[in-house]
Ligand binder design. Structure first.
Ligand SMILES: C[S@@+](CC[C@H](N)C(=O)[O-])C[C@H]1O[C@@H](n2cnc3c(N)ncnc32)[C@H](O)[C@@H]1O
Length: 212
């Protein structure tokens, strides 16, 4: 999977992952562990309404997204006018306490994330195939400040049920990837859906982890 996969998705608006409302599990769990006004990093943020919800709850929000089209749509859809500035390899779109960098997450460096207190991953880890996921987790662990806490939402489904993305991520992989760096607690596991579709015998489940 390379950048063109995602650029094509955005150009063709094949964005079934995008939800019209902030994620229920974010609303349910985020405020408990992380107090505003923390700076929250949202990797692979798309044009998620979660960014807006975090902002409205008093957090400073820092997203990174490969597709400039997605970022432009975020600002247009929400009637926000960004200031646009080039920041090295990234193009920054900013308004109030929200900053989104357009560019490749894998090019972020420690300095870029120096002010981050917390991170939120919905449909970022599960968007990537296994080899890239390992690299993604390693990059997050290496570049985040030592004290940053996370909320991670993943999906699971039986092997062979579908091709990713989204990919199924088991507890063992979360533990293996993040276990050395964070203490991990699974705080919820329940029925999940993919692209809003729920077959009668839905085999998809959704997990929420707190990483401290
Ligand atoms: C499945 S979507 C999820 C978007 C968002 N988290 C949400 O919940 O709607 C994955 C997003 O990651 C972006 N992406 C993929 N690879 C990336 C990379 N290397 N750097 C930054 N963004 C990337 C894609 O363009 C896409 O918008």
């Amino acid at each position: 999977m390379d950048a063109s996969f995602w650029h094509e998705r955005w150009e063709n608006q094949q964005i079934g992952f995008h939800r019209p409302e902030p994620h229920e599990l974010l609303k349910k769990h985020f405020l408990n562990g992380i107090k505003a006004p923390a700076t929250v990093f949202v990797p692979l943020c798309g044009k998620s309404k979660d960014l807006l919800w975090l902002l409205q709850k008093g957090y400073r929000v820092f997203g990174v997204e490969l597709s400039e089209l997605a970022v432009k749509q975020f600002f247009e859809d929400n009637q926000l006018t960004p200031e646009i500035t080039q920041r090295g390899e990234f193009k920054e779109y900013a308004v109030d306490e929200l900053v989104i960098w357009v560019g490749d997450f894998f090019k972020l460096q420690q300095n870029d994330l120096a002010g981050v207190d917390a991170w939120y991953d919905r449909a970022a880890m599960i968007a990537l195939p296994p080899e890239m996921r390992r690299h993604y987790v390693q990059q997050l662990c290496e570049q985040l400040p030592g004290s940053a806490k996370g909320l991670l939402i993943t999906l699971q489904y039986p092997a062979g049920y579908k091709d990713g993305p989204p990919f199924s991520v088991l507890e063992g992989e979360v533990e293996a990837g993040y276990g050395q760096r964070f203490s991990i607690e699974q705080i919820e596991s329940g029925e999940g859906v993919i692209n809003d579709q729920k077959p009668e015998d839905n085999p998809v489940t959704e997990q929420v982890y707190r990483l401290d």
